[in-house]
Design a protein around this ligand. Structure first.
Ligand SMILES: *Cc1c(COP(=O)(O)O)cnc(C)c1O
Length: 366
């Protein structure tokens, strides 16, 4: 591997984040690791294996391709597809022993029409997010619809998704969601559905537990559901994104830097070029706003982030030279910090990091 722009992923940090969460969540609850979107950019095969090796049995993904990959990584895991899978693939769902979210009568019937097998299903209940799920505004009707359809599946679970659990303002809404879910589940008690789940990271960290499974995503990767949250002690980002200095030069007072001449030097400065750009998933919105770290020194981005390169101000840093490492993200300046600079969330920052940035693993499981 040659070093242009790369990410070190510490699997031991992800395992430690898991252990810390595990110790804070009610022991009666199982944990489902959410490894969708290639484990939030960390690599689903490696992360699933690492977590399987410390006792995690449940995994959630967003689609069947991800599910099939995680199936090869953890042959004995339980894998849930949280969203839509084309009904034509019902046979593949069954063959790969995948659990599928079933979220409407129409979708349930389409799946059933495509296979004679009883697919493993987790029924999704909509308690207010209005994304997917059987509408629980009327818990009685919701429960009856699920009851009627559940016989056509190997019903493994029932779940809902909390959409405001990450802020104090959302506390009442969250309580309302859990209340509707509880009522719906209560009406189906006789079905003895094995898994009842509604807690995401924010729900698990900030709200009273309900159900017997918690779906943890972002916190396993060491980031916050919302900027305002406080993570448990010891939870930290597992990702360190680095690049190198490709060139160092002087830029004179009055000269401009980069596309659109968006930056003008106010005095003589030392500028370094770094071979990472928006094609690597380094957001162009960080132009003239973001920062990186060289020799422990904070270096502001000057000018626009290009497709494959960017320029940084290293005027204050001593002796910066060709080949020096440049830290774009690490545990001290993580994706949440970067997200705050450009008005997004850490989730988006890590999911956007491109496939051309190789991931290098430390702390690999056997
Ligand atoms: C993504 C997702 C999660 C995990 O959310 P985090 O905030 O990352 O913990 C849980 N449940 C569902 C349905 C999801 O889509």
């Amino acid at each position: 591997m040659y070093r242009r722009s790369w990410i070190d992923i510490d699997l031991n940090t992800i395992r430690e984040n898991y252990r810390i969460c595990r110790s804070r969540i009610d022991p009666s609850m199982d944990i489902m690791a959410v490894v969708k979107a290639d484990a939030y950019g960390h690599g689903d095969t490696e992360v699933s294996r690492a977590l399987r090796s410390c006792g995690v049995r449940h995994f959630a993904v967003s689609n069947l391709e991800e599910a099939v990959r995680v199936r090869s990584a953890v042959p004995d895991g339980q894998i849930l597809v949280l969203g839509y899978t084309p009904a034509e693939l019902a046979g593949e769902i069954y063959e790969n022993r995948i659990c599928q979210a079933v979220y409407s009568p129409e979708y349930a019937l389409e799946l059933c029409a495509r296979t004679d097998r009883r697919i493993m299903a987790h029924f999704a209940v909509d308690t207010g997010m209005n994304r997917i799920g059987f509408d629980a505004d009327d818990p009685e009707k919701c429960a009856e619809e699920i009851r009627r359809l559940s016989a056509r599946f190997d019903t493994q679970g029932i779940f809902t998704h909390l959409c405001c659990a990450d802020t104090d303002d959302g506390a009442d809404f969250t309580a309302g969601q859990v209340g509707k879910f509880r009522k719906t589940v209560g009406r189906l008690a006789d079905l003895k559905i094995p898994y009842v789940h509604c807690m995401n990271s924010a729900g698990s960290l900030r709200h009273a537990p309900y159900g017997n499974l918690a779906r943890l995503g972002i916190v396993l990767y060491g980031l916050k559901p919302d900027m305002s949250n406080v993570l448990p002690d010891g939870v930290k980002s597992a990702m360190r994104w680095q690049s190198v200095v490709a060139m160092v030069k002087k830029v004179h007072k009055g000269e401009s830097i980069g596309y659109g001449c968006s930056y003008t030097a106010r005095s003589e400065m030392t500028v370094a070029t770094v071979p990472t750009g928006y094609a690597d998933g380094y957001s162009r919105r960080l132009s003239n706003t973001g920062r990186v770290f060289v020799r422990g020194h904070e270096a502001p981005i000057v000018g626009r982030v290009c497709m494959d390169q960017m320029m940084i101000d290293v005027t204050g840093a001593d002796g910066v030279q060709l080949g020096d490492r440049v830290v774009l993200l690490d545990e001290n300046y993580n994706a949440d910090d970067m997200a705050a600079e450009i008005g997004t969330i850490g989730y988006e920052v890590i999911c956007d990091i491109g496939k051309r940035v190789p991931r290098i693993y430390r702390g690999c499981p056997l």
